[in-house]
Design a protein around this ligand. Structure first.
Ligand code: XIL
Length: 341
């Protein structure tokens, strides 16, 4: 699928490679892989000092043997991270020194392990606050370390592997309500003289929202920084949502509609394809966009079957549950074929 101009990736889990059909589809269609979960702090260092890399290694080995690149996701995040990293047993923040030591040990160990095998890292994920009151979200890392925890993470990451690209990754930072805070945070990283190579816009979109105009305002603003801009977790959710568009994995909704259990109606299938086509045509107009990664490969492995409502039957990806290309896939192929080199 990879166009000349864009690296196109997919998020995967190691056990999916048990299926030969999945493995060959991924090797044929994608240029880079991001582990969905298996490089997150909870997976690589659930117990302090005990690192487990076997599952992530399996993805890295598959990538190497098929000449695919690997993106590391993620080193510092408020979700899927063991409590001991930033809190004591009573849930109180660790001292700044103790939390910094944990962050540093984690980043050094993980980046050393994957040195030369991972092209770049989502060093910090989702640190920007959704509300306007402050730039940073209130998280265990911030409570223990202070507002410079983001800077410290970028500093440690560059020390650990000076050859790796370093990214800031977040959801909805392309959107009006959140963009300025993200731009300010990136400015702080650069003002501190730290390396940052790119900004990852997650890109968890719906059929009609956000508007292409709003996304484009984001692409413009981030392109103007001169950094790489990446769409790192693209999917388009065709199911109804009760609450908001927030992709915080803790913001699940209790119950909700599951309208397409028996299959996606034709007209929604077409809408989905049109949306993917317009998104890729938009992305391709921005030369700073260096990569688009799909957050999953097929409808069956998308996190959106369980978010924001558990146990729904969702259809957000380019391939169906049988790994067959959907009209959305063809729309993306057409957009790539029409793009100017
Ligand atoms: C998701 C995974 O895909 C799920 O398997 C897991 O249960 C929760 O996390 N933003 C991110 C990703 O940065 O790490 C999240 O991945 C999706 C939202």
């Amino acid at each position: 699928m990879a166009g000349d101009r864009l690296l196109i990736g997919a998020a995967v889990s190691s056990q999916e490679f048990d299926q030969p059909k999945f493995a060959s589809l991924v090797a044929d269609q994608f240029g880079c892989l991001t582990p969905c979960n298996e490089m997150k702090p909870d997976f690589v260092q659930r117990v302090k000092g005990k690192f487990t890399f076997d599952r992530a290694d399996r993805i890295v080995q598959f990538a190497a043997s098929h000449h695919l690149q690997v993106i590391g996701h993620t080193l510092c995040w408020h979700s899927q991270t063991p409590k001991w990293m930033y809190e004591d047993e009573g849930g109180k923040p660790l001292t700044r020194e103790a939390a910094l030591a944990n962050l540093k040990t984690h980043i050094y160990a993980v980046m050393h392990h994957f040195k030369g095998k991972v092209k770049g890292w989502d060093v910090v994920n989702e640190a920007v606050n959704d509300g306007p009151e402050q730039i940073l979200r209130d998280t265990p890392a911030r409570r223990a370390i202070g507002d410079d925890f983001v800077l410290k993470a970028f500093q440690f990451a560059h020390e650990a592997d000076p050859t790796a690209e370093l990214y800031y990754n977040d959801y909805n930072i392309d959107l009006d309500y959140k963009r300025d805070r993200a731009l300010k945070l990136i400015q702080q990283i650069r003002d501190a003289g730290l390396r940052i190579d790119g900004v990852g816009i997650q890109g968890h979109y719906m059929l009609e929202k956000p508007s292409l105009d709003e996304i484009e305002r984001g692409l413009k603003a981030f392109s103007a920084l001169g950094l790489q801009v990446m769409i790192t977790e693209l999917d388009v959710d065709p199911l109804p949502r009760g609450k908001s568009m927030i992709a915080d994995i803790n913001a699940t909704e209790g119950a909700g509609l599951n309208p397409y259990k028996e299959g996606l109606p034709e007209e929604v299938q077409t809408q989905l394809a049109d949306r993917y086509g317009s998104l890729f045509r938009l992305f391709l107009r921005y030369p700073k966009i260096s990569r688009v990664t799909m957050w999953g490969v097929h409808d069956g492995d998308s996190w959106l079957n369980d978010f924001p409502v558990r146990g729904r039957t969702n259809y957000p990806m380019l391939f169906d549950r049988g790994l067959k290309a959907k009209p959305a896939f063809n729309a993306v192929i057409n957009a790539l074929a029409q793009a100017k080199p």
